[in-house]
Design a protein around this ligand. Structure first.
Ligand code: KIV
Length: 306
């Protein structure tokens, strides 16, 4: 059982209090790991709620995991809003962060604030996340924070711009590349981000960098030194074909379960094993007689009016 911050009551049961920014900050101070998971719909949100995770991210990874796009690049704000609203309906206590899709925030501060506002007002998100720590993203983060919306940063492997990074590959593996990640993370913190995701960077780089940041760092493929860990829902539950990234740990193999379940249903239907009597509804025998006699009249050909 994890210790609650001294001044914050965190019951273990259904009366668990909603997670807030001060709670996340306190967890960092106490060295209590922050648990974050992605979710994209009502059932995945219910699973996150039941597990008592701290932060739920409606990641633009949903473009691939639930919408079937080849990357996160194409997904639109309207599409992610549908996923965010469904997720919100399944949550009570976790802090809900929504990803700003590629192309929805880069053009101007006004565009970034307008998109962030949509996720807060139309989907009930508590915060938004944007990728990269370059000058543009830092400026957008500052503008969104100034508009009153908490922002989570994301550095290292940033899938929205993976083409420019040379593919889905670990980042910060040279001294200068690691230094650039450090500069970006510190700039995002100075811009007011409440937390930063480190994706696919060497554990030793996280070791050196996390103590320099006052805000919580959530890692994915960034070693154990980060203040919390995040995994994509479909990766951790094995709802996918293929292995996925090196940092993924699978806790279930649901794709096989789902394939097996649908195959068993198909076979039962084809072999007439389903449905069985217990799956049906009854009708009173006198009502059935009435129905059958009236049915005869319905089926009789209509009389010629001439
Ligand atoms: O979209 C996503 O799922 C993410 C996580 C990997 C942090 O950004």
């Amino acid at each position: 059982m994890s210790a609650a911050p001294p001044h914050i009551a965190v019951p273990e049961d259904a009366s668990r209090l909603p997670v807030t920014l001060p709670i996340l900050q306190e967890k960092k101070r106490l060295g209590e790991p922050i648990v974050m998971v992605t979710a994209y719909d009502f059932p995945s949100a219910r699973a996150a709620e039941a597990a008592g995770v701290d932060v739920v991210l409606v990641g633009d990874s949903g473009a691939m995991t639930v919408l079937g796009y080849p990357s996160t690049v194409a997904v639109t704000t309207d599409e992610l809003l549908v996923l965010a609203r469904a997720t919100r309906r399944g949550l009570r206590t976790p802090f809900l962060v929504a990803d700003l899709p590629f192309g929805s925030y880069e053009a101007s501060d006004e565009q970034a604030v307008a998109t962030a506002l949509r996720f807060v007002k139309e989907a009930g998100a508590d915060a938004v996340k944007l990728e990269r720590g370059n000058d543009t993203s830092v400026a957008r983060a500052r503008a969104i924070v100034a508009a009153g919306i908490p922002v989570m940063g994301h550095v290292g492997l940033t899938p929205q711009t993976s083409t420019a990074l040379g593919g889905y590959r670990a980042q910060g593996r040279s001294g200068s590349a690691a230094l650039q990640i450090a500069q970006e993370a510190l700039a995002l913190e100075r811009a007011g981000c409440f937390a930063i995701v480190f994706e696919a960077i060497p554990a030793a780089v996280s070791d050196a960098l996390v103590p320099l940041l006052e805000v919580p760092v959530i890692g994915i493929g960034a070693g154990p030194a980060t203040d919390g860990q995040v995994l994509v829902f479909h990766d951790l539950l094995g709802i996918r074909e293929g292995r996925g990234a090196r940092f993924v740990q699978r806790y279930a193999e649901l794709q096989g379960e789902m394939n097996g379940g649908v195959a068993a249903f198909a076979s039962d239907v084809r072999e007439r094993r389903y449905p069985r009597p217990e799956h049906g509804y009854s009708i009173d025998p006198s009502e059935l007689d009435l129905f059958r006699s009236e049915l005869g009249a319905l089926a009789a050909p209509a009389a010629d009016p001439r």
